[in-house]
Design a protein around this ligand. Structure first.
Ligand code: ADP
Ligand code: MG
Ligand code: ZN
Length: 609
């Protein structure tokens, strides 16, 4: 880009120089030819009187004097008098002047040229300027004033060096990798999939907290598949000029299609993919157009298009629902913050190229960094190396690694959720409580994973098939779900005799479910009446616009019903926890030790007599 800019600058300067030179040629002051010697009018008159002059040539007001000895001199007369008057004024004798041979020559008229130049030069500059802009807007990839081209960085072919990242460089994230393998195989050998008529998802959304390796994983896919990789950040579509974003999208996909099979990776999708038409926060026409264009491009893929679009975001909740519809980004892959095992592996990856002392124990470092993301851990190993260098040591030792933990913790970009030892313990019991209640109730789905490593805002999580994914839910399912949600809260109360703020999210959800049960689904003693049409408008936020179409009397009945449901669920959960306190203890201990429990181990603990 800069190379191009400087090239333009150079040609511009060259033109300027030529014009200046032209001026110099025509101007008298900067005469290009050597000017003859000057002679003063008085001297000339004297020489005339002494008959030393052979010839005088008058060109306009310029007097060229040729002496007897053939040397040439010049002078000028005033414009409005004749030569005779001029010479006499300076003392030349009349008859001596008459005796001279005088030639009158027409003055070459440069006037028209300078007039022309004055008119044409600005025009010329304007022309050159526009030409530059037009040329760059039309063709010439990534040039300086190129607005509508996507700034996608293409790895692999030409330009950028190939990214040599593959799945080996990504620690943990086993589930995500497993899901992505299919895409890798498709990119490697699309024909095989074609032949059996298999369609591969064209849009895959990677979500997860910052620094968990979304970008890294996307690059690893292209490395694994050995396919061209177009990387572009969502924010790069947003520009000052309306229409540029959508133009860039069009251009990006066009480029990609010419290189298929390949990967298009849109980082930070939320920058453009936010819900459209939301009055809050100011609408942005440009963003909507860009988003629309992405949707158009995704819909325009036919079965022969071998472009896989990956996108990443840490705010899947703000994405426009249209993006998540089938045929678009319908495959969602969630990246977790690393657990103990993954953290150790990440540390191993990032200390590979650093000389380590024998006393280094990465297990210990991993144990002391719950809540660190992959990026944090990379930062940690780097800090340790810096410390080592500053201490003029040759090898990184455990001391530096442990010191760096604090450095990263206190660092300016420290994100939230780092668990202290006590918090870790409380989280372990809380999550064990959820999982226990969930597995003991018939109506809930099986527990797939329990973890105390924060995902999003919740301190930990118990992974089941989420309730939201079922289309039709029964009352007993709702009640069980509420009991499970209260499982964490109840366990904290049981174990510590008091509760923490960690349950806030659960309580909010449980209350919402209970409210819906009563008001929307007619599942309480109030009967099959829908109270308060919940309008799901983004316009003013769902909650705000809820209209109240019932009396105060009903309102208090609703509140009573809700609290009845919640109380009953709490009692149910508490009973289950108390009855299975041994299992609770075991689950919690394993969680404290390993931070995650996979399905198999969970079932083993639950099935013990
Ligand atoms: P995100 O895009 O999710 O915000 P990145 O992919 O940019 O995070 O991760 C930042 C850096 O952290 C990566 O370059 C990598 O060095 C390191 N990192 C993150 N997760 C992992 C992981 N699972 N394995 C190895 N390194 C990781
Ligand atoms: Mg990223
Ligand atoms: Zn909880």
């Amino acid at each position: 880009m800069f190379k191009n800019l400087s090239k333009n600058l150079i040609s511009f300067l060259a033109i300027l120089l030529i014009v200046a030179a032209l001026f110099a040629f025509t101007s008298e002051e900067f005469g290009f030819f050597q000017e003859p010697e000057r002679i003063s009018p008085r001297e000339l008159s004297e020489k005339i009187n002494n008959e030393e002059i052979a010839e005088i040539i008058l060109v306009g007001n310029n007097i060229e004097v040729i002496l007897e000895d053939e040397s040439v001199m010049t002078t000028r007369k005033e414009p409005d008098i004749s030569l005779m008057e001029f010479l006499e004024r300076w003392g030349a004798e009349e008859e001596k002047v008459r005796a001279l041979s005088i030639t009158y020559e027409e003055e070459p008229d440069w006037g028209w040229l300078s007039t022309l130049l004055i008119i044409l030069l600005p025009l010329l500059f304007l022309l050159i300027f526009f030409q530059l802009i037009i040329k760059q807007a039309k063709g010439g990839a990534n040039s300086a004033l190129d607005f509508s081209k996507a700034k996608a960085r293409l790895f692999g072919e030409g330009g950028m060096p190939k990214k040599d990242v593959d799945f080996e460089d990504v620690a943990g994230l086993e589930e995500a990798k497993e899901e992505l393998k299919e895409i890798v195989e498709f990119l490697k050998d699309p024909k095989r999939f074609d032949e059996v008529g298999a369609k591969i998802p064209k849009g895959v959304l990677l979500t997860g907290p910052p620094g968990t390796g979304k970008t890294l994983l996307a690059r690893a896919i292209s490395g694994e598949a050995d396919a061209p990789f177009f990387e572009v950040s969502g924010s790069e579509f947003i520009e000052l000029f309306v229409g540029v974003g959508s133009g860039r999208v069009r251009d990006l996909f066009q480029k990609a299609k010419s290189k298929q099979p390949c990967i298009v990776y849109i980082d930070e999708l939320d920058a453009i993919g936010r819900k459209r038409g939301a009055g809050l926060g100011g609408g942005n026409d440009e963003r909507e157009q860009t988003l629309n264009q992405i949707l158009v491009e995704l819909d325009g893929f036919d079965k022969d298009t071998k472009v896989v679009v990956l996108a990443s975001t840490n705010r899947p909740d703000v994405l426009d629902p249209a993006l998540l519809r089938p045929g678009r980004f319908d495959r969602k892959i969630i990246l977790d913050s690393p657990d103990l095992k993954a953290r150790k592996k990440i540390l191993e990856i990032h200390t590979r190229n650093k000389p380590l002392d024998e006393d280094v124990d990465l297990q210990e470092v991993a144990e002391r960094t719950p809540g660190f993301s992959g990026a944090d851990l990379e930062n940690l190993t780097n800090e340790a190396a810096i410390l080592t260098a500053r201490r003029e040591k040759k090898k990184v030792s455990q001391e530096e690694l442990l010191e760096s933990i604090e450095k990263v913790l206190l660092g300016p970009e420290r994100k939230s959720h780092i668990l202290s030892k006590k918090e870790k313990e409380i989280s372990a019991y809380h999550e064990a409580g959820h999982a226990l209640v969930s597995s003991l109730l018939a109506e809930t789905q099986e527990v797939r994973k329990v973890s105390i490593i924060s995902r999003g805002q919740a301190a930990g999580y118990t992974l089941k098939m989420p309730m939201e994914e079922k289309r039709i839910k029964s009352k007993s399912e709702f009640l069980s779900e509420i009991a499970v949600l209260l499982g964490g809260y109840v366990t904290e109360k049981y174990k510590y005799k008091e509760t923490t703020t960690g349950a806030a999210n659960d309580l909010e959800k449980a209350s919402k479910y209970a409210r819906k049960l009563v008001k929307k689904y007619g599942m309480s003693s109030l009967g099959p009446i829908s109270y308060g049409g919940e309008r799901e408008h983004v316009f003013l936020g769902e909650e705000i616009s809820e209209e109240k179409n019932y009396s105060e009397e009903i309102a208090s009945k609703i509140d009573k019903e809700i609290s009845k449901i919640i109380k009953r669920a709490e009692k149910q959960a508490a009973k289950l926890i108390k009855k299975n306190k041994d299992k609770l203890e075991e689950l919690a201990q394993v969680l404290i030790e390993k931070e995650t429990i996979e399905k198999e181990e969970f079932e083993r603990i639950m099935n013990k007599a």
